[in-house]
Design a protein around this ligand. Structure first.
Ligand SMILES: *[C@@H]1O[C@H](CO)[C@@H](O)[C@H](O)[C@H]1NC(C)=O
Ligand SMILES: [Ca+2]
Length: 152
């Protein structure tokens, strides 16, 4: 039993320190700073608060989130919940794969590729309406709370 506990603790520690392998959940202001650094504040006229609000309502800032399978057999991946139907390839069924990337690349703690694809998505005529959570929870709302208290 003691040995088992030691192994468990060792395993847990390993999981915590393994680089690039973390189930990273961003803090709100941490994500705000990261997105700002990536030029997302005002990208295509979309303020930083809109991106934070969208990410929160899509994934709770969890980079590891895989959405449930939809009726069309697709899933959504990562902090922005990007769909395998249009934007990435998850190896199951057909996809437009407009971002030219594996969906699994959206599940690690390096969100550079997620950001790049989100920019591609918002360049389409539908803009932010691509994200249902944005329409429902962010569009036309007072979004000041999403960047409040963040040093940006
Ligand atoms: C948005 O909400 C904040 C904080 O609740 C408030 O200070 C601000 O005046 C509001 N902005 C608008 C445009 O209503
Ligand atoms: Ca990634």
């Amino acid at each position: 039993m003691k040995i088992f506990c030691l192994f468990s603790v060792a395993f847990l520690l390993l999981m915590l320190v393994a680089p690039g392998n973390e189930a990273k959940v961003y803090k709100r202001c941490e994500l705000a700073a990261r997105l700002k650094r990536a030029g997302m504040d005002g990208y295509r006229g979309v303020s930083l608060a809109n991106w934070i609000c969208t990410a929160y309502h899509q994934s709770s800032f969890n980079t590891r989130l895989v959405g449930p399978q939809t009726s069309s057999g697709n899933r959504e991946y990562g902090i922005f919940q990007i769909s395998s139907r249009w934007w990435c390839d998850n190896g199951h069924g057909s996809t437009a794969n407009a971002c030219g990337i594996s969906c699994y690349a959206f599940l690690n703690d390096d969100i550079a590729d997620d950001i790049k694809c989100a920019k591609r998505i918002v360049r389409d005529p539908q803009g932010m309406n691509a994200w249902y959570a944005w329409q429902k929870f962010c569009k036309g709302k007072n979004l000041s709370k999403w960047t409040k208290g963040c040093r940006l």
